[in-house]
Design a protein around this ligand. Structure first.
Ligand code: ATP
Ligand code: FE2
Length: 326
């Protein structure tokens, strides 16, 4: 097939995004508007209202920045799973409307899968172990036999949310991750319980422990340092075991927590020790955005998939339930 342009639309959570990506993997634009709250909490109907308000403007901006017209778009790709249902529906309805009005091909794809495959595109690594660490998610994922398998994950909260919870307890503000990273630079180790269970990790107990230490007067610097060292070492252990089991040769860190330099340093060291390559997805592609939705749409469309106006939102579909066809 000759080269074509795909318009991607993202609306699964706090971000409404639109992007234009060409079928050779060139990202021509990647626009977004985020529904901001001071606590980080989200009321689904409020998020949906935000997305309704900004959707036309964000799509218009994405087309303008890419210097293309709607007529130049061949395929519209939308994140149709998983996410907050009212928010998801805004994107899916709008994508269907645009496809219908302008006679475009339509495809609905899984947001979590897109987080992974944009990592491949940007880093150039093939068939890696993915360490996906965002606010909500903490998962170690790798492809095997037709599916992206979740080899290990958090048994309670995602690491980002765990760090934010500690931040809330001691008054660091939201999001707390970057603040914790700064404070940790001047800290020394105080004991926290390391919690790996098989290939899974657990963070909520550690956060409770950390908040108790703060109440006892241990400095935020020391607690932040210990929190990072403990939680990141847990992730490295599970990631290393995933590399060993799957015999894969590379590892990609994805998600907002991947912005943390200390986590990158520890992962890099672990990978080097095994002769594997490490890369962290650059920040603008680590969080929620629509370039990843467009790219995953291109991958699946090229593999022969296509949706029609019956496309529906699915708030739950997990990354390991999507058959890899691309
Ligand atoms: P998703 O819905 O995809 O899970 P999300 O909004 O939950 O997305 P991201 O935007 O990927 O998550 O990441 C946000 C999280 O990353 C926050 O919890 C924040 O505290 C954390 N974070 C950001 N920067 C850093 C950092 N430098 N160190 C540690 N954590 C960080
Ligand atoms: Fe996401």
């Amino acid at each position: 097939m000759s080269k074509y342009h795909c318009l991607g639309i993202e609306s699964t959570a706090h971000t409404f995004g639109a992007a234009v990506v060409s079928s050779d993997g060139t990202i021509l634009s990647n626009e977004r508007e985020m529904h901001q709250t001071t606590s980080g909490g989200m009321i689904p109907m409020e998020v949906a209202k935000h997305h309704e308000r900004v959707k036309e403007e964000v799509v218009k901006r994405a087309l303008e920045k890419a210097d293309v017209k709607m007529a130049d778009i061949h395929l519209i790709s939308v994140a149709s799973s998983p996410g907050l249902l009212p928010a998801l529906r805004v994107g899916v309805r709008y994508a269907k409307q645009l496809a219908n009005e302008n006679g475009k091909k339509l495809i609905g794809i899984n947001h979590c899968v897109a987080h992974l495959t944009i990592g491949d595109l940007i880093t150039g690594l093939k068939d890696p172990v993915y360490i996906y660490v965002s606010g909500v998610n903490t998962q170690v994922i790798a492809y095997s036999n037709g599916y992206l398998r979740v080899l290990g994950e958090t048994l309670d909260v995602g690491l980002g949310n765990a760090l934010d919870k500690f931040g809330r307890d001691v008054g660091l503000g939201f999001p707390a991750g970057p603040k914790i990273e700064q404070l940790a630079k001047n800290g020394k180790y105080v004991g926290l319980t390391y919690s790996v269970k098989g290939m899974d990790v657990s963070f909520s107990g550690i956060v409770t422990q950390a908040s108790r230490l703060a109440e006892k007067g241990i400095s935020n610097e020391d607690i932040c340092y210990s929190l990072q060292e403990t939680c990141f070492a847990m992730l490295c252990e599970v990631a290393e075991r995933a590399l060993a089991h799957t015999d894969k040769k590379s590892c990609i860190l994805i998600g907002g927590v991947g912005a943390n330099k200390r986590l990158c340093e520890m992962m890099d060291k672990m990978c080097k020790g095994r002769g594997a390559t490490f890369a962290a997805a650059p920040l603008q592609y680590a969080g929620d955005q629509a370039a990843m939705i467009a790219w995953q749409g291109i991958l699946e469309f090229n593999a022969g998939r296509e949706d029609d106006q019956s496309l529906d939102s699915d708030p739950r579909l997990r990354v390991d339930e999507v058959k890899v066809t691309w």
